[in-house]
Design a protein around this ligand. Structure first.
Ligand code: BES
Ligand code: MN
Ligand code: MN
Length: 462
């Protein structure tokens, strides 16, 4: 057990089996049918932290699902790393598109993962990545190499907006005090080219409802004479982008940070192959805002997307009907300096103002959060880069991601510390999609890399 590499080799089967057990519990936070499973997962995470070597582990109840908080304080005068992760997962639907059941993890080889990957909902997002931290911690305890204090905060509501975690953080600033926050809930470029996520987009998520007549109508008797809420909703949504694929909501771009040409040139250095990108998605072309390339469109530019749309008759065969109501769920990905509550307000005002006479429109805001960018000259970033360089043999590239972890901006505001996003997933791991998986290589490499982060972070903090 002399170093982390041999420790991982010696214990890898157990590490994989423990993760598989965790993945079997369907901790879907969005669907109340899984309520007990989510609670059971919190209990399982608690046990794993205790076994790994935490001094204290608590289940912190909230108005929603509990937060598992554990710590190991070896010397209050040493730095403290706060590890954040989430044990809840996305719903598995559409379930029929899974090649194996989402909560019966199995290992399969893929082109990108010749050593095999664990297929299950949450394998990569975020149970697998969260559990790497538990196992890296176990190693540091077993080998007596833990160089600083550690706090773990593993929540169960990330996939539904972290509303109760926000309250928990606001109320526990002293308890959560730390020198750096470490999260593995993002991705990297490839297994040959690690990257460190230096930015996350913010989010505003809303639901809209368009109401026409007070009941569903015969589309022959009334068709042509009353507004069809589905037609109107489609038209209203279509009007939210112009011919350049820019968003038409007045004021939407007011605070958008424009990157300099130098910064954009720097971004363009990250390896990216448009043909492979299209091929992986079976697309004949990409699509997006004029004037920006794919890697800019999905990271430094804000977006507006319909996530779901429904209304009227969608069953078998045909039914001639004008629906009374039509609905859509819409997300806007935001970039730094766009204030999410302000954007929600701009959307609401604009969307209600474009409703024609003959319908009424309601906008219901869901959750949201601020974007995040982190500098690459911090001790935390340097320590992460040194760790990746050692385990992958090449330095990591800084990359701004298009995804969101809204709580990260709140951490900075409340806890006054920077977050380092050491992700080990790949875009092809299909998070939130059917057949989500996490490479065995990635899982074990993560466990191997994390203790080096601790080591270098503490060394650079001296
Ligand atoms: N882990 C993801 C976010 C992510 C993935 C960021 C890959 C960067 C790279 C997280 O679990 C997630 O899915 N977040 C949601 C937002 C949340 C408020 C539901 C998202 O980005 O849609
Ligand atoms: Mn996640
Ligand atoms: Mn997610």
């Amino acid at each position: 057990m002399d170093n982390i590499k041999s420790y991982v080799q010696q214990h890898k089967d157990r590490f994989i089996n423990e993760l598989i057990e965790l993945l079997k519990i369907p901790s879907v936070s969005a669907d109340t049918a899984y309520c007990q499973d989510v609670i059971d997962t919190a209990a399982a995470v608690k046990i794993s932290l205790e076994k790994a070597g935490c001094d204290t582990v608590e289940i912190c109840e909230t108005a929603g699902y509990p937060i598992v908080y554990g710590e190991k304080i070896i010397d209050p005068s040493l730095p403290t790393v706060l590890v954040y992760g989430h044990y809840d997962v996305q719903p598995p639907d559409p379930i029929e598109l899974w090649t194996s059941p989402p909560f019966e993890p199995i290992i399969k080889k893929t082109e990108i993962h010749p050593d095999g990957a664990i297929f299950a909902r949450g394998a990569c997002d975020d149970k697998g990545q969260m559990y790497m931290h538990v196992k890296a911690f176990e190693y540091m305890i077993q080998s007596n190499t833990l160089p600083c204090n550690v706090k773990f905060m593993i929540e169960g509501e990330e996939e539904v907006g972290s509303v109760n975690l926000k309250i928990f953080v606001e109320n526990n600033v002293e308890k959560l005090k730390n020198d750096v926050i470490l999260i593995s809930d993002t991705g990297m470029i490839s297994n040959q080219q690690p990257s460190i996520t230096t930015g996350l987009r913010g989010l505003s998520y809303v639901e809209v409802e368009v109401t026409g007549p007070n009941r569903d109508l015969h589309s022959g008797l009334y068709g042509g004479a009353v507004a069809n809420p589905i037609n109107i909703l489609a038209k209203m949504i279509a009007s939210l982008h112009d011919e350049n694929n820019q968003i038409t909501i007045p004021g939407f771009y007011d605070n958008v940070e424009e990157l300099s040409l130098e910064e954009r040139a720097e971004m363009a250095k990250a390896p990216f192959n448009l043909n492979n990108y299209k091929k992986a998605l079976d697309l004949n072309d990409v699509y997006g805002e004029s004037g920006y390339v794919t890697n800019e469109r999905n990271s430094i530019r804000p977006t507006l997307d319909v996530n779901g749309i429904w209304g009227g008759y969608t069953g078998e065969g045909a039914k001639t009907v004008i629906a009374s109501k039509a609905f859509a769920k819409i997300s806007m990905r935001l970039v730094p300096n766009q204030e999410w509550e302000h954007i929600t307000e701009l959307f609401t005002n604009h969307f209600t103002s474009i409703a024609p006479a003959g319908v009424t429109v309601k906008v219901k805001p869901h959750h949201g959060g601020q974007g995040y960018v982190t500098p690459i000259d911090s001790i935390g970033y340097k320590a992460a880069n040194m760790a990746y360089t050692e385990t992958f043999g090449v330095p990591a590239i800084p990359v701004r991601s298009g995804g969101s972890i809204p709580i990260v901006a709140l951490f900075e505001k409340e806890l006054k510390s920077k977050t380092i996003l050491m992700g080990f997933g790949l875009d092809s791991d299909a998070i939130h999609s059917p057949n989500e998986h996490f490479g065995i290589f990635n899982y074990l490499k993560g466990i191997e890399t994390i203790p080096l982060f601790y080591k270098y972070f503490v060394e650079l903090s001296k």
